[in-house]
Design a protein around this ligand. Structure first.
Ligand code: UD1
Length: 422
């Protein structure tokens, strides 16, 4: 198994190019199922989750060609309407094939994701939404089997008014995709407002879908009979952007992110400023300068536009070496403090009570052998390794490769002493 070895203490300086957003690329690849025409998608990041999604779609019969960051796909000949357990269990986002398959082919068989490291993460909202649109759904042998009624229907889902009890990002995306081909108008209430939902809506509109209200909590979709091909470029990854900024704020130095967007990082940039970083943004660039020790920052995760749960762990690492103490509240996932145990191995002082962690900043962390437990926890441990004294070796970095493109190459380019070892 591969590990990352980091010799802490170097400041980060220089430029880093931000990749396309994982959480936009995954639903947009699935949107390819909604038409028999060709989609040409640019700025697709080279990540394990993207490779898993491509493999899943190829197993269904989708033709996919990859050239650098460009993916050309065609769902003209889909033979299988299945997402098997071995794929859904490694990547929950595989659930995103459910809506498009039922909408275009009237049937799908998708494994239930089961539990994962950061909580139980059910998919009941996806299922209820499709039922409201007329799909008959049975759960059998661990699979969601969705079908349009054989008798009486016109072979299409029907428009419906759907209220989400909880804000769900992939739930909103799944139902938005399903509704594009439904008969009638669908209104999604308490919908997710994440920028990746908007990116998917832009792509679907370019394919001929009639969608309005994306970016607000009420999205309206007027179903059409057919969608067509498109050439579309994926938005920048705001979590990768935020991760590099926090790394530089913790380690000190001056870095510039290119090919990114500041307007989708408001709360993250605010917190970094509060921590003492100097930030300037313009065009597709964000520059951060940090001198001296960061100040501890309180934060509370919540759906967009509030502070993202996917940035909680990275800020926890920063708080560990900050001046003062901070309270970190996680409101989205019930078990997203797995990194705390590992940070403690580096000497961090963190007390956890329920969904709240109190971090008392220390002047130093000390390198040690630690283990990654999930994607964003891995990023947190890398940041901690960058600031710890001596060597930190992080095991199970396959989690990191799911969502960060060439992270050690990008950090090395900024001056970090980091290498991949077997
Ligand atoms: C997406 C992101 C993930 C991010 C998360 C929250 C992708 C591919 N992944 O995950 O990086 O951490 O949003 O911003 O975009 N829930 C239910 N029932 C459901 C669906 C969700 O109870 O049917 C709960 C979940 O357990 C969780 C909360 O709702 O507590 C939010 O989850 P959700 O927004 O659905 O997360 P994902 O879309 O899986």
């Amino acid at each position: 198994m591969q590990k990352l070895a980091i010799l802490g203490g170097n400041r980060l300086n220089g430029e880093v190019r931000i990749s396309g957003a994982k959480n936009a690329a995954l639903p947009i690849l699935c949107a390819g199922l909604l038409t028999g025409d060709t989609l040409q998608i640019g700025n697709v990041p080279d990540l394990n989750d993207v490779a898993t999604m491509r493999k899943l779609l190829q197993q269904m019969g989708m033709a996919i060609e990859v050239s650098g960051g460009e993916v050309v796909l065609s769902a003209a000949q889909i033979g299988k309407l299945d997402a098997p357990y071995d794929m859904v269990k490694t990547m929950r986002a595989a659930i995103l094939v459910l809506g498009p398959l039922v909408a275009r082919f009237g049937e799908a068989r998708v494994s239930l994701p089961g539990g994962c490291a950061i909580g139980s993460r059910p998919v009941d909202l996806h299922i209820k939404g499709l039922q409201a649109m007329g799909a008959e759904i049975h759960i059998e042998h661990g699979y969601i089997h969705a079908q349009l009624p054989k008798n009486g229907g016109n072979g299409r889902l029907k428009g419906a008014r759907i209220f989400f009890d909880l804000v769900s990002v992939t739930g909103t995306e799944n139902l938005m995709m399903a509704a594009t081909l439904a008969d009638g108008v669908t209104v999604l209430e308490n919908a997710a407002r994440e920028p990746e939902v908007i990116d998917l809506a832009h792509c679907l509109r370019a394919m001929g879908a009639k969608i309005s209200g994306d970016g607000t909590d009420t999205i309206t979709i007027a179903g059409v009979e057919k969608l067509h091909g498109v050439s579309y470029r994926i938005m920048p990854d705001r979590i990768e952007s935020g991760t590099f900024l926090v790394a530089a704020a913790a380690a000190g130095g001056s870095i510039t992110l290119t090919h990114t967007r500041a307007d989708i990082l408001d709360t993250v940039l605010e917190k970094l400023t509060e921590a003492g970083a100097k930030i300037t943004a313009g065009g597709d660039r964000i520059q951060l300068e940090m001198n001296g020790r960061p100040r501890a920052v309180n934060l509370r995760t919540a759906p967009y536009p509030a502070f993202p749960t996917d940035m909680q762990a990275q800020f926890m690492a920063l708080n560990c070496i900050a001046e003062g103490s901070a309270m970190v509240v996680e409101t989205i996932f019930e078990n997203r403090f797995m990194h705390v145990q590992e940070l403690r191995r580096l000497g961090a002082q963190i007390d956890v009570e329920g969904n709240t962690a109190v971090v008392s900043g220390r002047a130093h962390l000390e390198g040690a052998a630690i283990m990654a437990t999930d994607l964003r926890a891995s990023a947190c441990l890398v940041i901690a390794g960058l600031v710890a004294q001596g060597e930190t070796v992080i095991d199970r970095i396959y989690h990191l490769d799911r969502g960060y493109e060439h992270i050690e190459a990008k950090l090395s380019q900024l001056g970090a002493n980091i290498r991949r070892v077997k």
